[in-house]
Write a protein that binds this ligand. Structure first.
Ligand SMILES: Cc1ncc(C[n+]2csc(CCOP(=O)(O)OP(=O)(O)O)c2C)c(N)n1
Length: 655
């Protein structure tokens, strides 16, 4: 049965003239034992909520997964799809892509990410099991990880977190083949992975990855472990390829017709390319049908739940927000209009979270060891820990990358909406995972505070300058930078309602005035930008655009200009992406036709030209910040109402 995987991998890579045959051939025995005897799944319902998850963290070995899906009877994965490996529009892209191919649990390829996603999946499983009982939620997350996965720094963050949380339903199968692209692993690595995992609180063992009995025994042991399990499976990369097997030569290129013919002979596989002998195919299909009774029994158990519990469980799995959200945001905004708050937007976020987490039980918060600074833990939130998985706040530790990737896994698991916190400057540490959340279309919400030089004395290492622009460059990511407490509530609502993509909320450390007065039921941030204060008297000669804390600067600049009888309007721009998604007509209306456009943001200019034009005036940063009290920094870098008014007046004179 394992040779069927090997043959399909060799043939598909050969046909595509590119790809990675080595991993599928080497890990075929491990995968065969796992999928035919342990993994709980049903090809008839790839999204069955209580299925075991299988994460191919070493995404370059995608043909392993595609071969399995085909052999096990996932309807969409026909032999034609295998033949179209790596071709446009096929279900078999170069690396597995979530949402594209049924049966693929997460997008992998950037090494280490899948392993860290799996930690999030295992957290979500334990959490939901604690809330909804193990009759309904009781599954294991299996990972196949390569040397590359374990060399990546993110793997350390992931395994440390998993060990600490005692995620005993997480099992990592390490494809311990001692080969990477450059050659033998010994060129670059001499870590004892078993000892490494053990020291992180895992159960770890070493086996022969070509011995089905040993693989089965290790998986059996892992089932009863009170800790996460590592099974280091010693394998031969490209197992069966007579000259290239065991070497880097079979890692990432076709074996060639001659080597494939010799491998077929060595493996005793006489079937032609892309053909699976009926008897072997039947055994694989039978393995694929193994899980059906379990799924049907599970459906019965769900049907027998109390109607309220069942409705809630199903709502959460569908990822639908509770109906109470809108009313809660409305109430929040009413409160703020009755008693305006001059607070930092990070504090406004906490204020919003008090209300939102009360009506959206799906939300799990967290922080990478900056809880008090990020304001992500509300008073009512208990900590999610090894002794209480029902808690809703995760102390991720100083592990921003692992946190962001675990959040992706939590979202992918379903039933839970992860949000978490760090400083905006450390979005760089999260970036690879944020990019994947955007690519996969996952609702993951990053609270990123201390969003500019406005954080003050911590200085340029901590002051984001290029980060807003860099995040705005990621497709399908919404970057929100609210200007006050009301916008913060509105942006939170928009982030929660964005079911198909991640969001970043960039929030201030320093206090900002409340600029939105009077109750307005509309979510004014929904258009991405809106006129906060109209020009007077008459038509605007100047449009002042700003985001976040700089909207207050724009408002003060408007006043200076008004005193000089220059009518200026203020446009708050909390979200570029929503503005750019609006119709051309709506966008033009918000941008307006003033002679002079000025944008103010305590970051770099990049991106703003789309709003103010390349001839617009930008008041912001052109280099790194400095360490000083923040008010002095705003003066020092010239981000003040006076400078803005001056710049506008100069432009008017010239025009
Ligand atoms: C973050 C990241 N860096 C680099 C790569 C490119 N790459 C793909 S596989 C690989 C290493 C291959 O070694 P191993 O993980 O042991 O896989 P095997 O050779 O056993 O298939 C590298 C460097 C990647 N996919 N992701």
């Amino acid at each position: 049965m394992a040779n069927a995987i090997r043959a399909l991998a060799m043939d598909a890579v050969e046909q595509a003239k590119c790809g990675h045959p080595g991993l599928p051939m080497g890990a075929a025995d491990v995968a065969t034992v796992l999928f035919t005897r342990f993994l709980k799944f049903d090809p008839a319902d790839p999204a069955w909520p209580d299925r075991d998850r299988f994460v191919l963290s070493a995404g370059h070995g995608s043909m392993l997964l595609y071969a399995l899906l085909h052999l096990l009877g996932y309807e969409a994965m026909t032999i034609d799809e295998i033949k179209r490996f790596r071709q446009l529009g096929s279900l078999t892209p170069g690396h597995p892509e979530y949402g594209h191919t049924p049966g693929v649990e997460t997008t992998t390829g950037p090494l280490g990410q899948g392993l860290a996603n799996a930690v999030g999946m295992a957290i979500a499983e334990r959490h939901l099991a604690a809330l909804f009982c193990s009759e309904i939620v009781d599954h294991t997350t299996y990972v196949l990880a390569s040397d590359g996965d374990l060399m990546e720094g993110i793997s350390q963050e992931a395994i440390a977190l998993a060990g600490h949380l005692k995620l005993n339903k997480l099992v990592v199968l390490f494809d311990d083949n001692g080969i990477s692209i450059d050659g033998p692993l010994a060129l670059a690595d001499s870590v004892d992975q078993v000892q490494r995992f053990e020291s992180a609180g895992w159960a770890a063992t070493r086996i022969n990855g070509h011995d089905p009995a040993a693989i089965a025994a290790a998986l059996e042991t892992a089932k009863t472990s009170d800790r996460p399990s590592l099974i280091a499976c010693r394998t031969t990369i490209g197992f069966g390829a007579p000259t290239k097997g065991g070497t880097e030569k079979c890692h990432g290129s076709p074996l060639g017709a001659e080597e494939i013919a010799a491998a077929r002979q060595k493996l005793g596989w006489s079937a032609p390319a892309f053909e699976i002998p009926p008897a072997i195919c039947a055994r694989w299909r039978a393995a694929g049908e193994r899980g059906r009774p379990a799924r049907l029994a599970w459906q019965k158990r769900v049907a027998a739940l109390q109607p309220d519990t069942r409705a809630e469980f199903e709502r959460r799995i569908r990822g639908e927000l509770p109906g109470k959200l809108a009313a809660s945001v409305r109430e929040l905004k009413e409160k703020l209009s009755a008693a305006p708050k001059e607070i930092a937007t990070r504090a406004a976020s906490e204020f919003a979270l008090e209300a939102l987490t009360a009506v959206v039980p799906d939300m799990i918060g967290g922080s990478a060891d900056l809880t008090g600074s990020n304001n992500t833990r509300t008073k009512a939130m208990k900590v999610l820990s090894a002794s209480d998985y029902a808690g809703r706040f995760v102390h991720y530790g100083v592990r921003e990358h692992g946190m962001a990737a675990a959040m992706n896994g939590i979202a992918l698991h379903g039933g839970v909406i992860p949000y978490s916190g760090t400083f905006l400057v450390f979005s760089d540490y999260c970036r690879p995972a944020i990019r994947l959340a955007a690519l996969m279309g996952q609702r993951v919400i990053h609270v990123m505070t201390h969003d500019s030089i406005g954080l003050g004395e911590d200085g340029p290492t901590h002051q984001p300058v290029e980060h807003l622009a860099a995040l705005r460059a990621i497709p399908n990511l919404k970057v929100f930078r609210p200007c006050d407490a009301v916008e913060t509530a509105e942006c939170w609502q928009l982030a929660l309602e964005t079911k198909d993509g991640p969001s970043v909320l960039a929030l201030t450390r320093q206090n900002v005035p409340q600029l939105r007065h009077g109750f307005d039921e509309r979510n004014r941030c929904a258009g991405g930008a809106y006129e906060l204060i109209a020009a007077e008297p008459g038509t605007a000669a100047v449009s002042l655009f700003a985001s976040g804390s700089e909207v207050a600067v724009a408002v003060a600049a408007r006043k200076i200009l008004a005193d000089r009888k220059i009518p200026a309007r203020v446009v708050s721009v909390p979200c570029f992406e929503l503005l750019f998604a609006a119709t051309a007509h709506e966008r033009a209306a918000v941008i307006g036709r003033a002679k002079v456009n000025v944008a103010i943001e305590a970051g770099i200019r990049q991106g703003w030209d789309a709003i103010i034009g390349s001839d617009g005036t930008f008041v912001g940063m052109t280099g790194f910040g400095a360490s000083a009290p923040y008010k002095e920094l705003y003066q020092h870098f010239g981000i003040t109402p006076e400078k803005v008014a001056e710049a506008a007046l100069e432009r008017i004179k010239k025009s």
